[in-house]
Design a protein around this ligand. Structure first.
Ligand SMILES: CC(C)(COP(=O)(O)OP(=O)(O)OC[C@H]1O[C@@H](n2cnc3c(N)ncnc32)[C@H](O)[C@@H]1OP(=O)(O)O)[C@@H](O)C(=O)NCCC(=O)NCCS
Length: 190
């Protein structure tokens, strides 16, 4: 398998998961600017004041790579799609598409964090990922200091697989321990 006609969208309880589209730049810019301080310590891509133009270029890149089956960046929108609540995606960080393995990434915008959305969005990504996508294995990787991320994976039902120690931190010059979580299609239904 070297190409995938990827699922586009799923409506969940209280939010919609879908590929970004041209025109979503304003919503992305607003969500990340609202969340800079919340994201900056953890997310290497966070920038202060990301303009609408920069965000529009990003969403077009996300869309292009989605259509090419290179990377699957997904927005978490409110139900009428007037607000971006966060972002997620299936990323080919464990090997090419043929491995049927992907890593789920996620951010929830600051004003929506801590209300249960991250857990629900991760559960939805796992269920959708195993039902409608070809994934056999899905991973979730977090800095051991990121208690919210660890707890989100646990609450969504992922299994802790181990700890990689002393890796170069993604943000800053320090080192970090990385907690590894995974889920497998064969036992997800249970
Ligand atoms: C990690 C993240 C996606 C979780 O989403 P969320 O909507 O805030 O998570 P939830 O509200 O579903 O909470 C899940 C659990 O984390 C806990 N939690 C949330 N924020 C926390 C914090 N700052 N410190 C410790 N625990 C926290 C919650 O209390 C809850 O556990 P509990 O039910 O046992 O109390 C979100 O906080 C985020 O975007 N963080 C910044 C980016 C990031 O770290 N992404 C993950 C990279 S792997």
């Amino acid at each position: 398998m070297d190409y995938l006609i990827a699922p586009e969208c799923i409506a969940c309880d209280g939010f919609i998961l879908r590929s970004y589209r041209p025109g979503d730049g304003g919503l992305l810019s607003e969500a990340v600017n609202d969340s800079y301080e919340h994201l900056a310590p953890l997310m290497p891509w966070a920038k202060p004041q990301q303009s609408v133009e920069e965000s529009e270029k990003l969403v077009r890149e996300f869309r292009a790579r989605y259509l090419l089956a290179e990377d699957f960046v997904i927005g978490i929108f409110n139900t009428d799609q007037t607000r971006l609540l966060g972002g997620t995606g299936f990323h080919l960080r464990e090997g090419p598409l043929a491995t049927k393995s992907a890593e789920i990434g996620m951010f929830i915008r600051k004003s929506e964090a801590g209300k249960g959305l991250g857990t629900e969005a991760l559960k939805a990504m796992l269920t959708w990922g195993f039902d409608a996508w070809p994934w056999i294995r899905l991973a979730w990787i977090c800095d051991s200091r990121n208690k919210a991320s660890i707890r989100t994976a646990e609450k969504a039902g992922m299994e802790k697989e181990g700890l990689r120690r002393g890796q170069a931190a993604e943000v800053g010059d320090g080192r970090r321990d990385t907690v590894l979580f995974g889920a497998l299609r064969d036992n997800w239904a249970e």
